[in-house]
Ligand binder design. Structure first.
Ligand SMILES: Nc1ncnc2c1ncn2[C@@H]1O[C@H](COP(=O)(O)OP(=O)(O)OP(=O)(O)O)[C@@H](O)[C@H]1O
Ligand SMILES: [Mg+2]
Length: 273
C-alpha cells in the first residue's frame, strides 16, 4: 500500500551550517493494514521519514507512493500523531476529538454519535468538557489518537506517541492502541525508541542506520495476536530482541560518534572570524 523507494532527503544548510543529509536511499514497503515499527538512533531521520509520508515535506530524490500514486501533500487518509499531543488549547476534549469530522462536513446527529463513540472507546466521557490543560499526559495522547482515528484514515503515522509517558500509562496506551488497530485496521508506521515496544506492537520491525538513515534490518515479528504482555519474558521474544539490538547497537554508537564530529565542526566554524 505504501511503497517507498530510493528515498533521499537533504535539508539545505542555513545560517552558515552544512546541509544535512537525513535520509539516504530508504526502501520500504508497507502492506494494507500492516503495523510496522521503526527504530533507529536519534537524528537518523525517522521523523523526517514520517513527515515525507505525511506529505509535510518533499523528498530530495526517490519516491513515495500510496496505492500506486505519488504523494502530493498532506491528505485526510494519512493521519499523524506526534510525541507531544498537539491539541487545540481553545477547544475542549469533545471538540478536539470532533475537529476533523467538522472539517469533513459531518454535522448534527452523526457528529454527536461519532464523538460520543470515541469518548467512550477512549474512556474520556467524564472529561468531555475539560480543556486540554486539565488532562494528564496519557489522556491528552488519547485525545490526539481519537482525533486522528475518528475520520477513519487509512494510514496512521505515529512519531513516538508514548515517548513522554510513564511506564504504566505507556503500557495501557499500547494495549489500547492494539485494540483500536485490531478493530479499525489502519496501516501503521510507528516510530519508537523502545525496542520492546516496537516488537510487541509491530508485524515488522525496521531498524534504521545512523544518519543518513537507510534500512539496516527489516524483521518480521513471529508472534500471533492478541499478544500477552508476559511475551517479553519468553526466550523467543528475547531472541527477536537480540536480533534487533545486534543491528541497532552499532548504529547508536556510530550516531554518537557523528554527533561529536559535527559538534567539533560547528565549533570550529563558530570560532572562525
Ligand atoms: N526542518 C529541518 N531543517 C533542517 N534539518 C532538519 C530538519 N528536520 C530535521 N533535520 C535534521 O535531519 C536529521 C534527521 O532528523 P529527524 O528529526 O528526522 O531525526 P529522528 O530520527 O526523528 O531523531 P529523534 O529520534 O531524535 O526524534 C537531523 O540531523 C536533524 O537535525
Ligand atoms: Mg524524531
Amino acid at each position: 500500500m505504501i511503497a517507498i523507494s530510493g528515498l533521499h532527503m537533504v535539508y539545505p544548510g542555513s545560517r552558515g551550517r552544512h546541509a544535512v543529509p537525513a535520509l539516504q536511499g530508504v526502501d520500504l514497503e508497507v502492506a494494507d493494514g500492516e503495523f510496522v515499527s521503526v527504530v533507529g538512533p536519534s537524528g537518523c531521520g525517522k521523523s523526517t521519514l514520517l513527515h515525507l509520508v505525511a506529505g509535510f515535506e518533499f523528498p530530495t530524490k526517490g519516491s513515495i507512493e500510496v496505492h500506486g500514486r505519488p504523494i502530493d501533500g498532506p491528505a485526510a487518509d494519512r493521519a499523524v500523531v506526534f510525541q507531544q499531543a498537539a491539541l487545540y488549547p481553545w477547544l475542549n476534549v469533545a471538540e478536539n476529538i470532533g475537529f476533523g469530522l467538522k472539517i469533513h462536513g459531518v454535522r448534527g446527529a452523526e457528529y454527536v454519535r461519532r464523538v460520543n463513540d470515541y469518548l467512550a472507546i477512549m474512556g474520556l466521557e467524564a472529561f468531555r468538557s475539560h480543556a486540554p490543560y486539565e488532562l494528564s499526559g496519557g489522556m491528552r495522547q488519547r485525545v490526539a489518537i481519537a482525533r486522528a482515528l475518528i475520520t477513519q484514515p487509512e494510514t496512521m503515522l505515529m512519531d513516538e506517541p508514548f515517548g513522554a509517558l510513564d511506564a504504566q500509562t505507556r503500557n495501557e496506551m499500547q494495549r489500547f492502541l492494539l485494540r483500536l488497530w485490531r478493530t479499525l485496521r489502519p496501516t501503521v508506521l510507528f516510530v519508537t525508541h523502545d525496542v520492546e515496544e516496537a516488537i510487541l506492537l509491530g508485524d515488522r520491525v525496521v531498524v534504521m542506520t545512523a544518519r543518513p538513515g537507510r534500512v539496516a534490518l527489516d524483521v518480521a515479528v513471529p508472534f500471533a495476536r492478541p499478544r500477552e504482555w508476559d511475551l517479553v519474558l519468553t526466550p523467543k521474544f528475547v531472541e527477536v530482541k537480540r536480533r534487533v539490538l545486534e543491528v541497532l547497537r552499532p548504529q547508536l554508537e556510530s550516531a554518537e560518534h557523528l554527533e561529536r564530529l559535527m559538534a567539533g565542526i560547528e565549533g570550529d566554524r563558530d570560532d572562525s572570524p
